[in-house]
Design a protein around this ligand. Structure first.
Ligand code: EPU
Length: 432
């Protein structure tokens, strides 16, 4: 893969209007759920992202044909139900692909899916997914890095899905999809209540599933015999929306973000308010405007409706310009702090103890070469670069391409100086 980088000239306030894409973290499990359908699905608002392309490839290996038509809608049709093998080479590229396990098992009675392994944001176990599927009657073996799951027909059960860090979003998705075709009723206690789980439930209901309570900690699923294809629209991406709002505030700009569901961002608005950042929300748009430096905040990432871990890095970049000392704790992914060292290269003052960071706000950062370690860390470095003095080169932007559609074009349309170039710098092994 040819590497690319962003070159950003900092110091321009973002101004204008921008439209948010469909939700990545909704679209991925929804695409996985098409395995369950007996007829084709037609899905709108699916973002054009690297992660979506990877999942489409995996689904292709599993006999599901995924095509995008001229209007940008995705057509998914199951052509071959004999395939149930998701190889390591593909699953290790993207953890979300693990959520083909539940649908394959429920629909085809057998699945061999690679364990995803760790990633840059931490260990990320899948024990809750497996616990839930076992409770539904699946026989599960782990062999040579693969989960091999079999079941003639899954049976409904009461499943407690809480883990040490709270509920699991994709774990809940996997079990909800599998239980939709199980015999009898399943109740998931301590279910994740993220909007993306609710979106998946709405999609499954459109397909003919019987699901109550999605969006709460208790989801009840009455299994049905078959599910049909349907036409569906994915919800807007709340993380992209908030990233753009934070970028606008950090650059002291004035931006209207469109195609947003503000009710999905209450925890974020609460922190923006605390920081003294002015915003105006409507039913589908949010306008943000900022002139000075934000006030310090203290935040801990939590499962929804708490402050999302997927916005911790971007908010930290914003608070590098705060008036005082801000405190960040990531309670979901304690290791999700690789951006700290990169922000420090740009002159940020950050003290870290375990999963807590104290960010001492300052007037400015300096442009520097920095490296994205994951998608959200990459977005945070872009925000920092947009505000820094001089030029910032953000390397390994393939991470950013996984989850932000046309990121640099959107920022450029708001007046940012950001361009993409081939990254000629040699890939060095990490220093020991
Ligand atoms: N966990 C377990 N056991 C499990 C599953 C999860 O202990 O079997 C723990 C995790 O280690 C973590 C916590 O539970 O501490 C929450 O993890 P969760 O399972 O909810 O994460 P996920 O479903 O794998 C999704 C998003 C992530 C987002 C997290 C948390 C998708 C495709 N991914 O992952 O999004 O950070 O929920 O909200 O929906 C991103 O978009 O950048 C991203 C990483």
């Amino acid at each position: 893969m040819a590497l690319e980088k962003f070159i950003i000239e900092g110091g321009r306030p973002l101004k204008g209007e921008v439209t948010v894409m469909g939700s990545k973290n909704s679209a991925l499990p929804i695409l996985a759920a098409t395995v369950l359908a007996d007829s084709p699905c037609d899905i709108g608002n699916v973002p054009r992202l690297r992660d979506v392309d990877v999942l489409a490839r995996i689904l292709g290996e599993l006999g599901v044909k995924i095509e995008r038509n001229a209007l940008g809608r995705v057509h998914a049709a199951v052509l071959d139900e004999t395939k149930s093998f998701a190889p390591y080479e593909l699953v290790s590229m993207m953890r979300a692909s693990f959520c083909v396990l539940g649908p394959l098992l429920a629909k085809r009675g057998y699945a061999k899916v690679s364990l995803p392994g760790g990633c840059a944001i931490g260990d990320r176990p899948v024990d809750l997914h497996l616990k839930g599927l076992r409770a539904l009657g699946a026989e599960i073996k782990i062999e040579h890095g693969y989960v091999i799951a079999t079941a003639k027909r899954l049976r409904g059960a009461n499943i407690y899905l809480g883990g040490n860090s709270g509920s699991s979003v994709l774990g809940t998705a996997n079990i909800m999809m599998a239980a939709s075709l199980a015999e009898g009723t399943t109740v998931i206690e301590h279910a994740a209540c993220e909007p993306e789980v609710e979106d998946l439930a709405r999609f499954l209901i459109e397909m003919g599933a019987s699901i109550e309570g999605a969006g709460s900690h208790r989801i009840k699923i009455r299994g049905v015999r078959r599910l049909e294809g349907c036409s569906y629209e994915v919800i807007p991406d709340r993380i992209e929306a908030a990233t753009l709002l934070m970028a606008a505030a950090a650059t002291r700009g004035e931006v209207i973000v469109r195609n947003i569901d503000p009710t999905h961002l209450e925890a974020v608005f609460d922190k923006l308010r605390e920081a003294g950042i002015g915003f105006n929300r409507n039913c589908k748009t949010v306008a943000v405007s900022m002139s000075g430096r934000p006030k310090e905040v203290e935040l801990t990432t939590l499962p929804y409706p708490g402050f999302p871990t997927d916005l911790q890095a971007q908010m930290m970049a914003l608070m590098c310009f705060g008036q005082g000392a801000s405190v960040f704790t990531d309670a979901i992914y304690p290791e999700r702090l690789h951006h700290v060292a990169e922000l420090k290269r740009m002159g940020a003052r950050v003290l870290r103890v375990n999963n807590t960071c104290v960010v001492i706000g300052g007037e400015r950062l300096q442009g520097a070469p920095v490296m994205a370690s994951d998608l959200r860390a990459g977005a945070a470095l872009v925000i920092a670069g947009l505000c820094a003095e001089g030029e910032t080169h953000v390397r390994r932007i393939y991470h950013i391409d996984r989850g932000y559609e046309n990121f640099e074009q959107k920022l450029r349309s708001l007046g940012a100086s950001i361009r993409r170039e081939a990254d000629e710098a040699p890939e060095k092994p990490p220093a020991l």
